[in-house]
Design a protein around this ligand. Structure first.
Ligand SMILES: [Fe+2]
Ligand SMILES: [Fe+2]
Length: 145
């Protein structure tokens, strides 16, 4: 699996600071999970990292959806559906891992990472574009008035 710098590109920045930090952390976690499975890490460690992925993903999606609601982002419903799909996917893998002697192929994390990178590029970056356009539309705030 390529390193973080091979996966992350400048185009993936939304321009929204906390969202960008979340995205980087998620990409890191997906790469770490892949590397751990590839290196034959213990089932216990794999379960831990996937559990972290599940909880951090939920935390991030909730924060992102809250922001979209606040700024009245028009494509919130579409984002919600995509987020739900990803969480369901992660949960299923976590269940597989938790069953008796469940293991996961490392490639699953490549698939999830690619999906996520694509989601950031095609969907999340648009939130930043929308925010900037809205600020532009409202015009500069007059000082002293
Ligand atoms: Fe999103
Ligand atoms: Fe996101």
């Amino acid at each position: 699996m390529p390193s973080f710098d091979d996966v992350w590109t400048d185009k993936m920045y939304t321009g929204i600071e906390h969202i960008d930090e979340h995205h980087k952390r998620l990409v890191h976690l997906l790469i770490d999970a892949f590397n751990l499975v590839e290196a034959g890490g213990s089932a216990e460690r794999v379960r831990e990292i996937v559990a972290e992925l599940v909880s951090y993903t939920k935390y991030h999606f909730a924060a992102e959806e809250r922001l979209m609601l606040e700024i009245k982002y028009p494509r919130l419903a579409e984002q919600r559906m995509a987020h739900q799909w990803f969480v369901k996917e992660l949960n299923e893998h976590f269940l597989t891992l938790s069953s008796a002697d469940g293991t996961l192929p490392a490639q699953i994390f490549v698939f999830l990472r690619d999906w996520y990178a694509d989601h950031i590029l095609k969907h999340d970056s648009d939130i930043g574009t929308f925010m900037r356009a809205e600020e532009e539309r409202k015009g500069p705030r007059k000082s002293g008035s």
